[in-house]
Design a protein around this ligand. Structure first.
Ligand code: B4P
Length: 192
């Protein structure tokens, strides 16, 4: 199983991914986590990532695609199935994922689209910011991230609806009830 978990910032991609990796034994690839680790260690990549993340912008496609390609090349565990959390975020990234999978004989099972309205997204990220102190979880940057999401990331929904991979999931309610809905959707795809 190779899954993309898709949604606006704060829609619960990371939260649901944690549960999905436990149930399905998938390898978790969170581009946000990868970049935050680089920032923590103060690497060159971390410095570049910080300059985009703290402004609520996406990193350049070429850079993020190179990171992913290297990760697949050097991580044999990705062959057991992956959950991609935060990638792809643009059409060029989705096209790169297609060739990345093709090169390795992997197939995309489904795109789980977590759908949450904007006031709830803002509320969640503000709350998270109070605990995480993430440089991008403040109101000004959150608004910028939502603009970027509408402009650069939402076209992906159409992209994946067209190829029949997109499964819309209501992303509000308890974490467990959302997880149950996702599991049912995945189990029915797997049975077919
Ligand atoms: P990400 O790390 O992907 O950040 P995110 O979209 O904010 O997180 P997510 O949707 O996973 O939210 P979470 O589960 O934590 O990206 C950060 C930045 O990195 C991007 O803005 C960009 O700059 C850069 N980046 C990453 N990938 C990139 C790419 N491919 N290309 C270019 N740049 C890239 O949930 C949020 C909060 O809600 C949590 O506090 C959680 O506890 C809470 N929550 C979750 N589910 C809930 C529920 N059901 N009810 C109530 N609260 C809930």
């Amino acid at each position: 199983m190779n899954i993309v978990i898709f949604g606006a910032p704060g829609s619960g991609k990371g939260t649901q991914s944690e549960k999905l990796i436990q149930k399905y034994g998938l390898y978790h690839i969170s581009t946000g986590d990868i970049l935050r680790k680089e920032i923590q260690t103060g690497s060159e990549l971390g410095k570049i990532a910080d300059s985009y993340i703290s402004k609520g912008q996406l990193l350049p496609d070429s850079l993020i695609i190179e990171i992913l390609d290297k990760l697949f090349e050097t991580t044999p565990e990705t062959r057991q199935g992956v959950i991609l959390d935060g990638f792809p975020r643009t059409i060029p990234q989705a096209q790169a994922l297609e060739s990345l999978f093709l090169k390795r004989g992997m197939k995309l099972t489904a795109v789980i689209g977590l759908e949450v309205d904007e006031p709830e997204l803002i509320d969640r990220m503000i709350k998270r910011g109070q605990i995480s102190h993430r440089s991008d979880d403040n109101l000004e940057t959150i608004k910028k991230r939502l603009d970027v999401y509408h402009l650069q990331t939402t076209p992906l929904k159409e992209f994946y609806l067209k190829n029949g991979k997109y499964k819309a999931i209501q992303g509000t309610g308890s974490v467990d009830s959302i997880f149950e809905t996702i599991s049912k959707a995945l189990d029915s795809i797997h049975r077919d």
